[in-house]
Design a protein around this ligand. Structure first.
Ligand SMILES: Cc1cc2nc3c(=O)[nH]c(=O)nc-3n(C[C@H](O)[C@H](O)[C@H](O)COP(=O)(O)O)c2cc1C
Ligand code: SF4
Ligand code: SF4
Length: 257
C-alpha cells in the first residue's frame, strides 16, 4: 500500500508511477484518512509518498504518521518513503524517521525526487522554466524506476538517496519552525474579487476541504485548517488567488489530478 499526500499532483504522479511498477495500490492522505493496516499481515510494504514543505513534512502527513498504530514486534514490515521536492529536503528524512520511530516503526529506505517547484510565496521563489521542468521530469522518471527496483528487493537506501542541500540542519531545525509559525496558515490567502468568476475550482481542488464559497459573493473563504499545499493558488483559472504580496505575478503549475 502506498499512502500519498499531494497538493498539486507531483507526489500523486510519483505514487501512481511506483504503484504501477510495484503492482500496489495508492490511497490519498487527507486530514480524515485513518491509517488502515488491515493488510499488514500479508507482508505488503508500506510506502509514504509526499512533498517536502519548508524542509519538513506537510502538517497533514505529520498528523497521519502520529495516528499510525503502534508497531507490533511480531509483524514484519518494510517501510519506505519518497519525498518529492523542488530542490532539496533539508533533514525531512530524519524528521520522518523520528516520527515513525515514536510509533515503534522503522524506516527502511528513504529517497528524494526532484520535481516541478510549486512554492511561490516568498521573494525569490517561483515556478520552474519549461526547460527545467522537462529536465526534472526525465530524471524523475529514471529515479522512480531505480526506487521501485530497490523497494522490490526490500533494500535499504544510502545517504546519497536523499538530497539535503546546503545548511540542511539550519533549514529543518531553525527555519522550518519559523516557516510553520508564520507562513503555513491560510490567513494570508486572498482573492481578487474582480477576477474571480465563482467557478469553485479552488474549493474542489483543496485536499483538506478547507475552502467554501461565500454564499453571496461566490468567492472563496478559507476555514483555518490549511496544510499550505498551494493547490488553491495554482488551480484558479483566473489567477485570482494570492498569498500576501509575494505570490503576485508568479507562475502557476498545472494540477495533476
Ligand atoms: C509550502 C511549500 C513549501 C515547499 N518547500 C520546499 C522545500 O523546503 N524544499 C524543496 O525542495 N521544495 C519545496 N517545495 C516544493 C515542493 O516540495 C515540490 O514542488 C513538490 O514536488 C510538490 O508536490 P505536490 O505537487 O505533490 O504537492 C515547497 C512547496 C510548497 C507548496
Ligand atoms: S486552502 Fe489552499 S493551500 Fe490550504 S490546503 Fe487547501 S488548497 Fe492547500
Ligand atoms: S478558482 Fe479562482 S475563479 Fe474559481 S472560485 Fe476560486 S478564486 Fe474564484
Amino acid at each position: 500500500m502506498i499512502y500519498c499526500f499531494s497538493g498539486t499532483g507531483n507526489s500523486l504522479h510519483a505514487a501512481r508511477t511506483l504503484a504501477s511498477l510495484l503492482h500496489e495500490r495508492v490511497t490519498r492522505i487527507t486530514d480524515k484518512t485513518e491509517p488502515d493496516l488491515a493488510w499488514q499481515d500479508a507482508g505488503e510494504a508500506l510506502g509514504l509518498v509526499f512533498p517536502v514543505y519548508g524542509w519538513g513534512m506537510p502538517r497533514v502527513v505529520e498528523h497521519f504518521v502520529a495516528r499510525l498504530p503502534e508497531a507490533r514486534p511480531d509483524t514484519p514490515r518494510y517501510v519506505y518513503a519518497v519525498l518529492t521536492c523542488g530542490d532539496d529536503v533539508g533533514r525531512t528524512d530524519r524528521l520522518l524517521r523520528k516520527a515513525l520511530w515514536q510509533r515503534g516503526w522503522q524506516l527502511h529506505a528513504v529517497f528524494s525526487v526532484q520535481m516541478r517547484n510549486t512554492y511561490v510565496c516568498l521573494p525569490g521563489f517561483d515556478i520552474d522554466t519549461p526547460q527545467t521542468v522537462e529536465h526534472k521530469d526525465s530524471l524523475a522518471g529514471l529515479r522512480l524506476q531505480q526506487i521501485a527496483r530497490c523497494v522490490e528487493a526490500r533494500g535499504s537506501s544510502t545517504p546519497r538517496d536523499v538530497v539535503p542541500g546546503s545548511f540542511a540542519w539550519v533549514k529543518s531545525y531553525v527555519l522550518r519552525p519559523l516557516f510553520n509559525r508564520w507562513l503555513t496558515s491560510d490567513r494570508h490567502f486572498h482573492c481578487h474579487t474582480l477576477r474571480c468568476t465563482g467557478c469553485g475550482r479552488c474549493m474542489r481542488t483543496c485536499p483538506l476541504h478547507n475552502i467554501s464559497l461565500d454564499p453571496q459573493a461566490h468567492t472563496p473563504r478559507w476555514q483555518g485548517h490549511c496544510t499550505h499545499c498551494l493547490g488553491c493558488y495554482h488551480s484558479c483559472p483566473q489567477h485570482a488567488i494570492d498569498y500576501g504580496f509575494f505570490s503576485r505575478h508568479k507562475g502557476q503549475v498545472k494540477i495533476i489530478g
